[in-house]
Design a protein around this ligand. Structure first.
Ligand code: ZN
Ligand code: ZN
Length: 316
C-alpha cells in the first residue's frame, strides 16, 4: 500500500487524476440511483420491465427513466419480443457486458461483507468446471491474487482535458437502518455515491488526512464530514490519532474497505474501455512489476470467468 507524504505537486496531479480520470468517468455513468441495481439484475438474466420492477421494487416511472438512460448511454439495448401488444425486453450491450468483472467483484464483496438478506445470487457455479466458485481478482500477467496490499499506485503526468468535468453534488442513497440503529452494509450504499467511491480511492492511494482529502478531492468540509462519518459507520474506514500530531486523525481502510479494491480496479478498467486515452493512475503489481487491470477468475479452476459461464442455481 502506498504511504504518501505531502508532496503538494504530486498531490495536485493525483487529485486531478482522481477527479477526472477513468474511475471518475466510469462512476459518473452508472452511479445515478438504481443504475447499478438494474445492471446487476440484467446480469442475473432479468430482461423484462415487469421482472425488473418485481425484482427491484423500483417505482415504475423511475424504472422507465433509468432503463431509457441505460439504453441512451449504450449499456442496454431495447429489443421487441412480442408484437401484439408490442413489448420490449432489455439486454446488455457489449459495453454493458464489459461490466461483468465489476459486477462479479461487487457480488463477491456483498456476499462477504454485505447484508446476507440481499437479493443477489447466493451461489455462483462456473459452467466450465461445474463447481460452485467465488470470483477472485488476479493479476492478468502473473496470475497471483491481487489485493490493495500487493500493488503500488503510479502516476503518469498527463492531463485528460477531454474528460474534464466537475464533481457535482450528488444525491445520497440512504441505506436502511435496523432496530439497533446499525446501518446494514450494502455495496450499493457505497458505489451509488461518487464521493464515497472517490474517498475510498483516495485512501487506497495513500491519503489519510482530512486536509489532504479537502485538497485532493476538492470536496466541501460538510460533505467530507458526512461521508467520513458514514464510511466509519459502515466500518469501511477507521480513524486513528496521527502519531506525528495528536490534534490530527488519520483515516485508514479497514479490511472491509480494502475489500473494495477489486471493485475499484475493475470499474477503472471499464472506464478505460469507455473512454480510451491516457490513463493517469496505474496500479503496479509489486511481484511482477507490471501495470494491472485485474482479471476475475474462478476460485475452483482458476480460469477467467466469462459472462455466459456463470450459472446461478438459486435463481433457477
Ligand atoms: Zn503480476
Ligand atoms: Zn471454474
Amino acid at each position: 500500500m502506498t504511504e504518501r507524504t505531502s508532496d503538494r505537486n504530486d498531490d495536485h496531479y493525483l487529485g486531478h487524476a482522481l477527479r477526472q480520470g477513468h474511475l471518475m468517468a466510469a462512476i459518473d455513468q452508472i452511479n445515478e440511483p438504481w443504475s447499478n441495481s438494474i445492471i446487476r439484475a440484467a446480469f442475473m438474466g432479468i430482461r423484462q420491465f415487469e421482472a425488473f420492477q418485481q425484482e427491484l421494487g423500483i417505482p415504475r416511472q423511475t424504472l422507465s427513466l433509468r432503463l431509457a438512460y441505460l439504453v441512451k448511454i449504450g449499456l442496454l439495448r431495447k429489443q421487441p419480443y412480442q408484437q401484439q401488444p408490442l413489448r420490449h425486453q432489455y439486454r446488455l450491450t457489449q459495453d454493458g457486458k464489459n461490466l461483468h468483472e465489476n459486477v462479479l467483484a461487487s457480488w463477491s464483496w456483498d456476499r462477504r461483507w454485505g447484508d446476507p438478506g440481499k437479493s443477489i445470487p447466493h451461489k455462483l457455479v462456473h459452467s466450465v468446471c461445474l463447481h460452485e466458485f467465488k470470483p477472485v481478482l488476479v493479476c492478468e500477467h502473473c496470475e497471483e491474487i491481487l489485493t490493495l496490499r500487493n500493488v503500488n499506485a503510479q502516476l503518469t503526468y498527463q492531463a485528460l482535458p477531454s474528460m474534464a468535468r466537475s464533481v457535482r453534488n450528488h444525491r445520497w442513497r440512504v441505506a436502511s437502518t435496523d432496530a439497533a440503529g446499525q446501518s446494514q452494509r450494502d455495496i450499493l450504499a457505497v458505489i451509488d455515491d461518487r464521493w464515497s467511491v472517490l474517498l475510498i480511492a483516495a485512501v487506497a492511494l495513500g491519503f489519510h488526512r482530512h486536509d489532504q482529502f479537502l485538497q485532493v478531492l476538492d470536496i466541501s468540509s460538510a460533505v467530507l464530514a458526512q461521508r467520513l462519518k458514514r464510511l466509519g459507520q459502515l466500518k469501511l474506514m477507521k480513524k486513528t490519532p496521527d502519531p506525528q500530531d495528536a490534534r490530527r486523525s488519520l483515516y485508514r481502510l479497514t479490511q472491509i474497505g480494502e475489500g473494495l479494491f477489486p471493485y475499484l480496479l475493475t470499474i477503472t478498467a471499464w472506464g478505460r474501455t469507455r473512454q480510451p486515452g491516457a490513463d493517469t493512475i496505474h496500479w503496479q503489481h509489486k511481484s511482477c512489476q507490471k501495470s494491472v487491470s485485474g482479471r476475475m477468475v474462478c476460485s475452483h479452476c482458476s480460469q477467467a470467468v466469462l459472462p455466459h459461464e456463470v450459472i446461478r442455481p438459486d435463481r433457477v
